[in-house]
Structure formats: C-alpha cells, structure tokens
Design a protein around this ligand. Structure first.
Ligand code: ATP
Ligand code: MG
Length: 434
C-alpha cells in the first residue's frame, strides 16, 4: 500500500532541527517581554470575508493564495494567510482599541498556496507584532530598533539590511496612482500577465514584480517619493532621525510597496542577499486605515511580521546557529540492573530538582549493560551517570564522559551536583532549557 506523505509545501520540523526553532522563539520572546509587548493568541481559521476586506481583493494573497473552504455548515472560512487581519478583528471584538494603546505580539503558522521553494512554503511560521493607538514615528522607530536588537541576539545583524519607504496618505497615493497608470499604459504589452492585471487593480504592486522585463520597466517608472504629502514627509523624516540617533543603519528604497493593500506611510523590510529571491526576512509598516476599514473607529496602527524559516535559513547560511543546539540531552542516567529502577527514578528526580535547566534522560527499556551504555552514547548526552550495585551501596554515581575521551569517575552526591551545575552553566546559551 502506498504510504501517505505530507501535503506539498508543508514541511515537518524534526527533532534535531526543532531546537533551532526553540532557540529563535526564546530569543524573540525574551526581547518582546523586555520591551513590554504582550502576547495575543489567535485562531488559525477566520471568516473568509475578513481577508477580502483587509488584505484586499486585488492582492496575490486574496486573489490566488488562500486556503478557503466551506465548513460543514456551509460558511466560507480561510486558514489565515497572515496575522494582522485576525489581530485587528480580535482587538475590535474585545474592545482593546478604544481610548487605549496596545503593544501586542503573536506567533504561529500562516498558510498560502504558493509555489514551494527554499524559503517559500505553503505553511510557514511568523512572529508578528502590532501596535495600536500611536500616531507618531516614535513607535515605528521602536519596532525597528527592537528588531535590530533581535538580529544582534541571533548573530545575523551583519547579514541584514533595513530598507525603508513611505507610502504617504491615501489621498497622495491616489494622485500618484493616476500618474503611474498613465506612465505605464504605453508599456502594457511588455508587462507580465500578473502585472497587466495589477495595472487596473493595484498598480503600485507592480514594483513588487520579480519578472526581469517588468523590473526593467519599473526601474524607470516615476516614484511616489515626489508625490509624498507634507504630513507624511514630516513623519518619515522623524522616523529617519530617530533611527540615526539609535545608530540603526537604513537605506531609503522608494520601490518598496509591500504586498498588502492596507499600508500607509512607513513601510520597511529587513532583507538579506544570502537567500536568493526569498530575501525578505521581516516586513512591516503602518496601516492607519485598517481598523476603520474593518468597522472600528479610526486607530493608528503599525506592525511587522518575520518569517521564521527564512531567519533560520539565514542563521544557518552564515554559521550563526549556536553549536550547543546540537546537544539536546545533557546526561543519560542508567542502572545496570532493573532492580535499581526505584532508586534510579528517585535519583533522576533529585538531580532535576537540584540542577535547574538540566536535561536528563533516564534509561528505559531494560537490556544488557552493554546495550544500555550504547543507548547512553546514542542519546547525544555529554555524560552517562551509571548506577551499579557498588554505587548504590556507597551512595555514589559513576560518571562517564561520553564525548571527551571516555574518562570515568566516581562521585558522591555533592560532587555530582556540582559537576552537573557546571555542565549546564557551560552551555553557551547559559540558560534553562525548560
Ligand atoms: P514575499 O515577497 O517574499 O512573497 P510577502 O510580501 O508576501 O513576501 P508578508 O506578507 O509581508 O510577505 O509576510 C512577512 C514575512 O513572512 C515575509 O517577509 C517572509 O519572511 C515571510 N513569508 C511570507 N510568505 C512566506 C512563505 N510562503 N514562506 C515562508 N515565509 C514567508
Ligand atoms: Mg508573497
């Protein structure tokens, strides 16, 4: 019988690799907590209409990438392709926006029916951040400075570039849109099919095209920068001054338009040249109009989302993954004879309590002494703790170094606990891995 395989573009993360994910998530969560951001946990399934109304009918996401289906009662629901729409929906539904400010984050899988390739999947993970109720460029700067800190914590800061742009006010954009369409229309037949469609629906997005001929044309196209309204210009200059003061380097890239319809004023992308066409690891911007568009009171808002697969691919490509991630178990505790099982269980419990962060795997499954030691070796642990008859009688434990030379010592409880504490402290992340 043919075995059932995973759905295309929906990768498994296997043990051995999942440690990287925990590392990345922990770094991000620590920084978010340190900046006073609070987590919001949102459903994966939303009413399809939410995305049509927020992300926009003319975007690739809504036009051709959504996993939408009728549930058993016939309602059209969609596996969320992004997190902002659901976050705004939840905040409105629970009254979190009126007369207050919010700094929120969420994490989890997003779903888009795209052509799978390295750095592009149909199920992928994002960490997203959304702030509500702040109008000025201070919060835009805060978000960017916070992400810069994350890149440093992950060791990828030298491999990413911050690109900034302003999309101005909706009114200024409407004027520019006319000018862009007028300029592009003579080139219509030279554009790729997607871009021809966008010419009518969402011409700014043609800047996003990855088709070479289209890109050549767009390189000559008039830029929005010349149409920027005064208030947006002041906002954008304010942001740049704050980033300069915080010593966060950036480049202004007037061609960044972002794939979603709801952006206004600030947009930014953190990009890398190490991942080919999938070079954007984090992207965001301001979406002052979205809350009202979804039926709420006008509320300024700004946020970003980072693609965790791409961040991890980048960390791997530049050798930034900490070596300690290779080790998932610190010590393997075994007895040589199952008569000692109750004592072994008790010792495991004592050691886990005495050494915070210790990752101790206990032997299960019986077997001859040699087979047990082989398992200890296969566990990847640094040390085997062996409880034989002699050790039990003497209240000691035999400690065998599994990686370095195979040296064996007999330690009493105090010395053992000291050794294990040193082992945990010596892991370069230096923290509990609970
Ligand atoms: P791209 O231009 O690469 O398609 P996007 O503009 O569609 O990206 P956003 O909707 O802004 O991306 O999502 C934010 C981030 O999520 C991206 O910068 C990227 O890191 C990640 N991301 C988006 N789509 C995918 C995907 N299909 N697979 C993996 N990561 C993704
Ligand atoms: Mg996309």
């Amino acid at each position: 019988m043919k075995k059932i395989q995973s759905v295309r573009g929906m990768p498994d993360v296997l043990p051995g690799v999942s440690g990287r994910w925990l590392w990345l998530e922990r770094q991000a969560q620590d920084i978010l907590a340190a900046w006073g951001y609070r987590q919001i946990r949102l459903p994966v399934l939303e009413h399809t209409g939410l995305f049509a109304r927020s992300v926009g009918e003319s975007t690739d996401i809504v036009a051709k990438e959504m996993y939408s289906f009728a549930d058993r009662s016939g309602d059209s629901v969609t596996l969320r392709p992004e997190g902002t729409a659901g976050c705004v929906r939840a905040c409105e539904e629970h009254g979190l926006l009126f007369n207050q400010t919010q700094r929120l984050w969420y994490a989890g899988p997003m779903f888009r029916y795209e052509r799978p390739q390295k750095g592009r999947y149909r199920q992928f993970e994002q960490i997203g951040v959304e702030c509500f109720g702040f109008e000025g460029p201070d919060i835009d700067a805060e978000l960017i400075v916070m992400t810069a800190q994350l890149w440093r914590a992950l060791g990828v800061a030298d491999a990413v570039t911050l690109e900034l742009n302003s999309l101005g006010s909706p009114e200024a954009r409407a004027v520019y849109r006319e000018a862009l369409v007028a300029w592009l229309t003579p080139y219509r037949d030279d554009l790729d099919t997607d871009s021809q469609r966008r010419l009518l629906q969402n011409p700014l997005r043609i800047f996003d095209s990855k088709v070479p001929r289209t890109r050549e044309i767009m390189a000559e196209a008039p830029l929005f920068a010349d149409h920027l309204d005064d208030a947006s210009k002041a906002h954008f200059e304010g942001l740049q001054a704050l980033l300069e003061a915080a010593a966060v380097p950036f480049v202004v890239n007037p061609r960044i338009v972002r794939g979603l319809d709801y952006y206004s004023r600030t947009v930014f992308e953190w990009t890398t040249d190490r991942l080919g066409a999938q070079g954007t690891v984090c992207a965001g911007g301001r979406y002052d109009g979205l809350v009202a568009q979804l039926g709420g009171r006008p509320t300024p808002a700004v946020g970003f989302a980072m693609g965790l697969e791409r961040v991890l691919l980048l960390a791997e490509a530049i050798g930034a993954l900490p070596a300690e991630l290779e080790r998932e178990v610190d010590v393997y505790l075994l007895n040589l004879d199952d008569d000692q099982l109750p004592l072994t269980l008790a010792l495991a419990r004592e050691l886990r309590a005495a050494v915070p962060g210790l990752r101790l795997q206990m032997h299960c499954g019986g077997g001859k002494p040699r087979a047990r030691l082989k398992r200890a070796d296969g566990s990847g642990a640094e040390l085997a703790l062996i409880l034989g008859e002699e050790e039990v009688a003497a209240g000691t434990v035999a400690v065998k170094a599994l990686r370095a030379g195979g040296e064996q010592r007999t330690l009493d409880r105090t010395a053992l606990i000291e050794t294990l504490r040193a082992l945990v402290a010596g892991r370069a992340d230096g923290r509990d891995c609970k």
